[in-house]
Design a protein around this ligand. Structure first.
Ligand code: EPU
Length: 336
């Protein structure tokens, strides 16, 4: 491990917030984690930070930020149909995608170009273009911070749902994920339920190959989402709200073009981006913060935004959407 004092976190969060952590531990392998828990995390406030692509730091962190810096992808088993991969928490997510494309492993190509590290993927069950990480995740390994003991959770135990898991609920702030296992298909298999992806493949008349699907996803993302290396952002800032079918019918009569997807238990999931756009917030700025011109659900740092500017913007959006639709948007991003 490496320990740093008064660490600037600007390069460790894609929103580009300039905040400082009193201490910062780079975890360099999984074996040292019980010692790190015992000697440091049990004594101080702590935060486990992956790639910082879903975290909004709102102030300096008066404690220890611990960051997994160990990567690696290992094939654990290969059968006629499937391959089982064990991937270390510090591996950048998109490296795993590239690896799977090279080896022709099917199942996560729709999650191309999602920023962040593999260890964070199960926490909020990352998802895009018709696929969620829960669809191919086999199990999660890690350590409980309260006990220092190792754990293994199989997919069914992780309580995955839309942008949610046990790691955001009962085990919130009590886990250091060390390895994520994926079961991927060796046989050709694509998910083209997201119309935009199916259309993009058809328009470009591309053969159904892993690398072309992945390329198409990257193009769609590039067109809609700002590159965090250029414009600070944390992806979708809010969750898409889920409402009852009665509420949906009521709103639909006022806004006939309202977009909705079927959600569990007969409910409807609306597009937060559309609601924000209708509230007049697409591409709008308030000081140095605002929403992205091509996707209103993404709040961006237009340059040197302070956490307060981002939060004030978010609050104003929530208020404006609420007064129009009577729906309260919930933050998707982790606020620290
Ligand atoms: N829309 C608008 N205005 C906007 C943005 C979107 O009208 O400003 C409309 C779009 O035209 C589309 C619908 O809303 O008809 C949905 O938009 P999109 O397909 O871009 O997806 P989303 O629901 O806004 C979700 C995820 C994204 C993921 C995409 C693609 C959440 C909170 N976000 O966004 O995930 O990439 O679907 O599957 O569920 C993330 O979590 O950080 C993220 C980027």
């Amino acid at each position: 491990m490496q320990l740093f004092e008064n660490q600037n976190l600007k390069a460790y969060n894609t929103f580009g917030m300039e905040v400082f952590a009193r201490q910062f531990i780079q975890m360099e392998n999984a074996d040292e984690i019980p010692t790190i828990i015992n000697d440091y995390l049990k004594r101080e406030p702590y935060y486990i930070l992956g790639g910082g692509s879903n975290t909004l730091f709102t102030k300096d962190f008066d404690g220890i930020v611990a960051h997994p810096a160990f990567g690696g992808i290992e094939v654990k088993e290969r059968t006629y149909d499937n391959v089982l991969l064990r991937v270390a928490a510090g591996e950048p997510w998109d490296n795993l995608i590239q690896y799977c494309i090279r080896h022709e492993y099917f199942g996560i190509e729709n999650l191309t170009a999602i920023p962040g590290l593999v260890g964070s993927a199960p926490v909020q069950n990352i998802g895009a273009y018709g696929v969620e990480v829960k669809d191919t995740l086999y199990k999660v390994e890690g350590f409980r911070i309260s006990t220092g003991e190792p754990f293994e959770l199989m997919n069914a135990d992780c309580q995955f749902s839309y942008r949610n898991s046990i790691f955001k609920q009962a085990l919130k702030n009590d886990c250091i994920i060390t390895y994520v296992w994926f079961q991927l298909s060796i046989k050709e298999h694509f998910t083209l339920s997201y119309q935009g992806l199916a259309n993009a493949m058809a328009e470009r008349e591309l053969p159904m190959k892993l690398r072309y699907v992945s390329e198409c996803v990257r193009k769609i993302r590039d067109a809609k989402l700002p590159d965090p290396k250029i414009v600070g952002n944390g992806g979708s800032f809010f969750k898409n709200p889920v409402i009852s079918s009665e509420e949906y019918e009521d709103l639909k009569s006022q806004y006939p073009d309202l977009i909705a997807y079927d959600a569990p238990d007969g409910q409807k999931k609306l597009s937060a981006g559309q609601l924000i756009e209708k509230a007049g917030w697409k591409g709008k700025r308030m000081g140095n913060a605002g929403t992205w011109k091509n996707q209103a659900l993404v709040l961006v740092n237009y340059g040197n935004a302070t956490p307060k500017e981002v939060l004030d913007t978010a609050e104003t959006i929530v208020k404006d959407v609420n007064s129009l639709f009577n729906i309260t948007l919930e933050m998707e991003i982790n606020r620290i």
